[in-house]
Design a protein around this ligand. Sequence first.
Ligand code: 3PG
Length: 307
Amino acid sequence: MKKVLIATDKPFVKVAVDGIRKIVEGAGYQLALLEKYTQKSELLQAVSDANAIIIRSDIIDNEVIEAAKNLKIVVRAGAGYDNIDLEAATKNNVVAMNTPGQNANAVAELAFGMMVYMARNTFNGLSGTELRGKTIGIHAYGNVGKYVALIAKGFGMDVYAYDPFVADEVIKNDGIKPLKSVDELYSTCQYVSLHIPATKDTKGSINLDLLSKMPQGATLVNTARKEVIDEASLQRIFETRSDFRYVSDVAPDNAAILIEKFASKIYCTPKKTGAQTEEANINAGLAAARQIVDFFEKGDVKFKVNK
Ligand code: 3PG
């Protein structure tokens, strides 16, 4: 009997686990659960006889893959798969997948929650600003970026996007203005919402040069990955511009220093919260379970992300 392991340091809501169980057991497989683990050794032990694993931001490195002798597929219930060693997966004939789009609305809604919180001076009662009429730039027009654009239009914002991998026509069809370069995006937009993945090309790419281009009243919104920000640049921009604000669901390593020095201008969620909704857990979790069953039963590799 095939064994599917849910290995989630940050567990799904119960209703999502129940839904995954129904799909997995309905296919005649066994479901195992490892939640809130604190030691890597627990993960290594749990994966040892798993044929499939469902994860969130859990780290699946070479050691984990090598320990999972029977592993055929690992599905990241979510968008970013920078937590999976894809080369190790390929080398060991393990298919890696994500579940694109399934938690996108949850992340986009959080971006606006943080924007309003910051625009209203962290709800301290002093007069703040509104989002209506402000320029917002979507940096990468993928699943989350699209939802951010849609909600931004509802707020009456002036919405721009930059994505070299998406045709201008697609962006225009959604009523969003495509821009030609990343420089143009940052120099045009008071708000920039980051939706780029963390790759070797993007890590540290949001630097002082770009941030300095942002107009007065600048707020950078990061629900993507902390690694895409050059942290020294972030500190420098706070030191040089009193109007700069940063809201993030992925706190930088230097968050404590920044919060101490620039308290009212930076907000980071205490724990990564973007995909923490019942809906997102259900959407991503159940999609992961279905993808595993479709992979074993039909050889379906539609959402494969490794070679
Ligand atoms: C993602 O890449 O899907 C998000 O960062 C959500 O991550 P999480 O499942 O760990 O909350």
